[in-house]
Design a protein around this ligand. Structure first.
Ligand code: DCS
Length: 486
């Protein structure tokens, strides 16, 4: 091995955009947690807790959530089709899973899940995704508008790569935001134009604020290309009201902005008086078609009730772009050849789950509703727990998978953080981890109004773990406040 000094690559000589890019969800706090986990393994009893609880990342199955049986049955059968015709298979797999696997395999050229596919994804799977979107929205969708990818992350990069020509190109992003956006804008050399969500109104998205930020950016010479909206919100958990969505569509149309609609949490809604509406449905219901608004919707198999993060499936639906731009998007997709086939199959299943009358429908619905109602209970319990802490206020998680409580920290704690060369929220998160084993992400990784401090905590630990988390969190917070109260 060559010594580090003779390496032709140093941090000074790598692409500065890579250095600029940050991703807090797997940042320093997680590295510290992994160190503690190793210490616990090597020396049980070395810390005041016996396990690390990873509340930093929306990775449901890593915390014990079970996969949806129907989806896994279809995947297994597609990947090992020789068992489809065996008699015992009928006893082991549900009949509609067997039928669905046959149907999917017939859509795959040579029935080969180990072959590259069309660069947008297998046409038959895109057809069924388009049919699923049409059923969801009540407006038609076209398979040619669908690009299947390895999760939603690569398509976000693809759109940034397409839109950002130089630092003068800007993308309006919510603050707080999911750091994939800030990271991909940095990597592709553009400028993030922030608009602030209003914490006082449950993380409301005020179009007047977006307009103000757009004008401020334009006055600095920034060419704003697109508006990112995350609905339901990450890390903020709000679900947009229909009226609000209409205003956003109108705004993008008027200002000539591409609407990048991150809709990966479309199944994760926990309150009765709100429902998910796709921006495509809203814009079509306003009478706007392809010619009126450029709209990209992101969906993923990682979220929802299925949480299949490791399978890496997702898609974008691209509407309102000219044929020659579409060709360029296709060209970039083709450089990657294709996304993985299991992820493609899962994306088609997520958009076309078992329906009333299908053999698996009852068991599928029981699994789905069980997971979603449990997530709703966990969201509420954790929200109440945060709100009961001194100096902490926490908006409801109406949807998605996170709480983003505001920590009104005493001056003494802020001074102690300064002395420790940490942001106050990072200081709090480190102390919490060292005392309880609970990993949360400091709010600074998502962006927040300067001078306010937050942490993001997922609602994903299994229900039987929640009481212990609440009591450990409460005890930690009381001790923290006792130590630092002004
Ligand atoms: N968009 C949003 C809003 C997300 O929260 C995530 C993942 C993605 C896109 C990309 O996911 P996939 O690439 O897996 O489809 N959420 C991250 C998070 O905040 N915690 O876990 C991952």
């Amino acid at each position: 091995m060559s010594s580090a000094t003779s390496s032709p690559v140093t941090v000074e000589t790598i692409n500065p955009k890579v250095l600029k890019c940050e991703y807090a969800v797997r940042g320093e706090i997680v590295t510290h947690a992994q160190r503690l986990q190793q210490e616990l393994q090597e020396k049980p009893g070395s810390h005041p807790f016996d396990e690390i609880l990873y509340c930093n990342i929306g990775n449901p199955q890593s915390l014990g959530q079970q996969p949806i049986t129907f989806f896994r049955e279809v995947l297994a059968l597609c990947d090992h089709p020789s068992i489809l015709d065996r008699e015992e298979t009928q006893g082991l797999f549900s009949l509609d899973a067997i039928a669905r696997a046959r149907q999917i395999l017939n859509q795959i050229p040579s029935r080969a899940t180990g072959a590259y596919s069309h660069s947008q994804g297998i046409k038959g799977l895109r057809d069924s995704i388009a049919a699923g979107i049409a059923t969801r929205d009540g407006f038609p969708a076209n398979a040619d508008d669908i690009f299947l990818t390895d999760g939603a992350s690569p398509v976000v990069h693809m759109m940034m790569q397409l839109l950002l020509r130089s630092e003068e190109d800007g993308i309006l992003c919510p603050i707080p935001q999911y750091p994939l956006y800030s990271a991909s804008i940095a990597l592709h050399g553009g400028t993030l134009v922030p608009y602030y969500l209003d914490e006082a109104t449950g993380w409301g998205l005020e179009v007047s604020e977006v307009k103000k930020q757009l004008e401020a950016a334009r006055s600095k010479g920034i060419i704003v290309r697109a508006l990112v909206v995350i609905n339901p919100g990450n890390p903020t958990g709000q679900v947009l009201a229909e009226d609000n969505q209409r205003e956003i569509v109108e705004f993008c149309k008027k200002e000539g902005l591409v609407l990048l609609a991150d809709e990966v949490y479309q199944e994760n809604i926990y309150i009765d008086n709100k429902k998910f509406n796709s921006f495509k449905k809203i814009s079509r219901s306003m009478g706007y078609g392809e010619k009126d608004i450029a709209l990209v919707s992101f969906q993923s198999v990682s979220k929802g009730y299925h949480g299949e993060c490791g399978k890496r499936g997702g898609y974008m639906e691209v509407t309102g772009f000219s044929a020659d731009v579409r060709e360029q998007i296709y060209k970039v997709a083709s450089v990657n050849l294709c996304s993985n086939i299991s992820g493609q199959i899962l994306a088609s299943l997520v958009m076309n789950p078992p329906k009333v009358g299908d053999k698996s429908f009852k068991s599928f619905s029981a699994e789905k509703n069980g997971i979603l109602s449990s997530l709703g209970r966990r969201a509420k319990t954790l929200e109440d727990a945060f709100n009961s802490l001194e100096g902490v206020t926490c908006n409801k998680a109406e949807g998605a998978m996170y709480l983003f409580p505001w920590l009104h920290l005493p001056q003494k704690a802020i001074k102690a953080a300064e002395a420790a060369k940490k942001a106050p929220d990072a200081f709090y998160a480190h102390r919490l981890l060292d005392a309880t084993g609970v990993v949360v992400v400091p709010g600074s990784g998502f962006g927040q109004v300067p001078g306010t401090w937050h942490v993001r905590c997922t609602i994903l630990p299994q229900e039987d773990k929640i009481p212990a988390i609440v009591s450990r969190l409460t005890a930690f917070h009381e001790a923290f406040m006792d130590e630092f109260r002004d």
